[in-house]
Design a binder for this molecule. Structure first.
Ligand code: FES
Ligand code: FES
Length: 161
């Protein structure tokens, strides 16, 4: 029996069922990193501003520092570790690679998940639309020009797929 302040979280992460008992206050980002060892999801601010913690919840990009792990129970989460398939990078990851859309890489997992969502909503965005779409993700290295180029390249790859 869990303690009165603990909850059992049952969530599908990157296609695999995962179950853990955690304090009820546990944020999804800490659940992913500290309980499941999925450290590709980063914590940049803990105040919902930087987007480094972005994951997909039931296919929709969310900032995982804004959600309790308990709220994700019964749902599907996709993290950066779950994007590649059969050893091949996701087209958005591939575009960040080819366009040098990263410097230190700290913001990159969140940026990739955010671009994935942006292109799901708008498959052929203008540069201005890309910048607006990524407004919730901060790159402290200020590599925005190449991030926009990566999003543009990813859009082209996905349209051709
Ligand atoms: Fe979640 Fe910054 S750590 S928005
Ligand atoms: Fe360093 Fe964005 S690449 S924070």
């Amino acid at each position: 029996m869990p303690g009165s302040r603990d909850v059992i979280v049952e969530v599908t992460v990157n296609g695999a069922p995962r179950t853990a008992e955690v304090p009820a206050r546990t944020l999804l980002v800490h659940f992913l990193r500290d309980r499941l060892g999925l450290t590709g999801t980063h914590v940049g601010c803990d105040t919902s501003q930087c987007g480094a913690c972005t994951v997909a919840l039931d296919g929709v990009a969310v900032k995982s520092c804004t959600i309790l792990a308990a709220q994700a129970s019964g749902h599907e989460v996709t993290t950066i570790e779950g994007l590649a398939t059969a050893g091949r990078l996701h087209p958005v990851q591939q575009a960040f690679w080819t366009e040098h859309g990263l410097q230190c890489g700290y913001c990159t997992p969140g940026m990739v998940l955010a671009v994935r969502q942006l292109l799901a909503d708008n498959p052929d965005p203008t540069d201005a639309e890309i910048r607006v779409g990524l407004a919730g993700n901060i790159c402290r290295c200020t590599g925005y020009q190449n991030i926009v180029a990566a999003a543009r390249a990813a859009a082209a790859r996905l349209r051709e797929a």
